[in-house]
Design a protein. Structure first.
Length: 191
């Protein structure tokens, strides 16, 4: 009988802040199921990263097994200089890098997810929305956090979006703890 040891990786190595001069946050697209290996390699080489993870549980032969899987399969967020970008590309696990135009916006998106995970608020994968209502959570563990809801009918399903990936996670919040800020719409800009 084969047994596999779960790979346990810290979600965050370093801090979710604007990096020093000469370094930038990058989004690395990895080969399938290699995100944790890239994170492990980055930590051993003192490269800061963020790999958000979701806890999952399955039942195998009447045993409940809990694991963590990358929240955004195939992607890891890294703080890289030109030299460290070349080094991490040599691992053979990276397919490509996504250029981050707005560092501040990316950090805001990632900070919302990081805070939610730290406060152990249950999250689940959700569709990314280009239109909806921007809301603010007024009570509870996520008080002050902003997100997007699809419509007034689904006001309790607040999405925390990572716009650069066009992916999102959803948290369930009581409707009375949500304040609508206004309309939300992504405008497509052709480059």
């Amino acid at each position: 009988m084969a047994t596999h040891k779960p790979v346990i990786i810290n979600e965050l190595f370093g801090e979710l802040t604007i990096p020093p001069e000469g370094e930038l946050w990058n989004v690395a697209y990895c080969k399938p199921r290699r995100e944790k290996r890239v994170a492990d390699w980055a930590a051993k080489n003192m490269i800061h990263y963020y790999l958000p993870q979701l806890k999952t549980s399955k039942v195998f032969q009447r045993r409940k097994v809990e694991t963590t899987l990358p929240m955004f399969p195939g992607y890891i967020f890294l703080v890289l200089s030109t030299r460290s970008k070349e080094l991490i590309a040599q691992t053979g696990y990276i397919v490509s890098f996504i250029h981050v135009v707005n560092q501040k916006e990316l950090l805001e998106d990632l900070s919302r997810i990081c805070v939610t995970n730290k406060k152990a608020v249950p999250m689940q994968k959700a569709l990314w929305l280009s239109k909806g209502l921007e809301v603010e959570i007024t009570e509870g563990a996520l008080q002050g956090m902003r997100g997007i809801v699809e419509s007034h009918d689904k006001i309790s399903e607040v999405r925390l979006q990572v716009d650069i990936l066009r992916q999102a996670v959803m948290v369930k919040i009581e409707p009375e703890n949500i304040k609508i800020i206004g309309e939300y719409e992504i405008e497509e800009i052709d480059e």
